[in-house]
Design a binder for this molecule. Structure first.
Ligand code: FES
Ligand code: FE2
Length: 375
């Protein structure tokens, strides 16, 4: 008989210390009921990165995106206020804004031509005379929480969520000295991967364990033995001193500085920094077996003179990513095997993964308890 969702969740003890802990069990990566629960209890309740501040700097600028399967639009109003809405027309549910980003003076639904102001208010409905008991004021776009941090815009589908700064916790002060908001967006790479989103996060959070084996080029610029892993509230910082590389000149040329900084914020955001460089990785679940990972690359200088350097840097990032992609898809196949249930964790390397699994378990379990209590 198929185990119940409660049985699956209780099969992981989130209070076990790292030296005795195992990973979350394989069911968590392959059972669609867990994926559904994560959509409701994790991705619908956490702050999610949806745009860059430079995309919504001026009145009328907008970005569309999807969070936990919900279409959303973020737009700067004529009053300078940044707002976010469900991108769902109040008439018959079409997407009101259909471009990924742009600028508009009104939000115009392409289906039957309803118009909304930049503040979400319903401005006009063609051929709607004679409709009774219709209150235009009650039929604006449905708003959601939006906040910014550094050069990023986040939304939260949960109206009762804590403010963004509280959610980010210690990450805010830890990232501040790196001056990431001074960098400029350069390019994006999107990867569709045949694995559960958590496999990608686990891969990121193994404290460099896989780096000497899988990423020879990257390994040549890191001082692997000195790699550090720090867990705090909802983030993990993995960091390594950098060394000059004569083994891999291409990597050494574009991965510079004293230290490499790899931040992960629960559940699905990574921020990777070297001197004059940042990439963000946003891991978006598609279904239990697939995820999309969006890499955005930023540089100190994005002028024409730096183009070739920046492109070389992106292509080095792409090579590392290709190396990870194959292994993540292999792991997903292995997680479905009857031979595998859960694995132990390296105390030296895998504390970040342990934090991720505990936070995820706590989110899923506590919300089950609270939803049961409110039923
Ligand atoms: S669905 Fe938008 S106007 Fe009809
Ligand atoms: Fe990797």
């Amino acid at each position: 008989m198929q185990p119940s969702i409660e049985q699956i969740l209780s099969s992981y003890d989130d209070h076990t210390p790292l030296s005795q802990a195992s990973t979350i069990p394989s069911d968590w990566y392959v059972d669609p009921r867990i994926a559904d629960l994560e959509r409701l209890r994790v991705f619908s309740k956490t702050w999610q990165l949806v745009a860059r501040t430079d995309q919504v700097r001026n009145p009328g600028q907008f970005v569309t995106n999807t969070v936990a399967g919900e279409p959303i639009v973020v737009v700067r109003g004529n009053d300078g206020v940044l707002r976010a809405f469900y991108n769902v027309c109040r008439h018959h549910a079409a997407a009101v804004v259909t471009q990924p980003c742009g600028q508009a003076s009104l939000l115009h639904c392409p289906y039957h031509g309803w118009n909304y102001g930049l503040d979400g208010s319903l401005k006009g409905m063609p051929e709607f005379d004679g409709v009774e008991n219709f209150d235009r004021a009650q039929n604006g776009l449905v708003p959601m929480r939006v906040e910014r941090w550094e050069c990023f815009v986040f939304v939260n589908l949960d109206g009762h969520a804590k403010p963004l700064a509280e959610f980010l916790g210690g990450l805010v002060t830890r990232v501040a000295p790196l001056g990431i908001s001074k960098l400029h967006y350069f390019d994006r790479r999107t990867y569709n991967i045949h694995c559960n989103w958590k496999v990608f996060v686990d891969n990121f959070l193994d404290g460099g364990y896989h780096v000497p084996h899988l990423h020879k080029g990257l390994n040549s610029v890191l001082d692997y033995k000195q790699y550090t892993i720090e867990n705090e509230d909802r983030y993990c910082l993995q960091s390594s001193p950098m060394v000059a590389s004569d083994e891999d000149v291409a990597t050494g040329a574009v991965r510079k500085g004293d230290r490499a900084w790899y931040f992960w914020q629960h559940p699905n955001l990574m921020i990777n920094c070297y001197a004059g460089y940042m990439d963000t990785n946003l891991v978006i679940p598609v279904d239990v077996d697939h995820c999309t990972v969006v890499f955005d690359f930023y540089f100190a200088d994005v002028g024409e003179a730096s183009r070739a350097y920046n492109e070389q840097s992106v292509s080095i990032g792409n090579r590392v990513q290709e190396e990870d992609l194959g292994i993540c898809e292999d792991v997903q196949r292995g997680l479905k095997s009857r031979a595998y249930r859960a694995g132990r964790l390296s105390v030296r390397r895998e504390a970040g993964e342990h934090l991720f699994h505990r936070l995820l378990a706590a989110d899923l379990k506590s919300n089950i308890k609270s939803s049961a209590a409110s039923d």
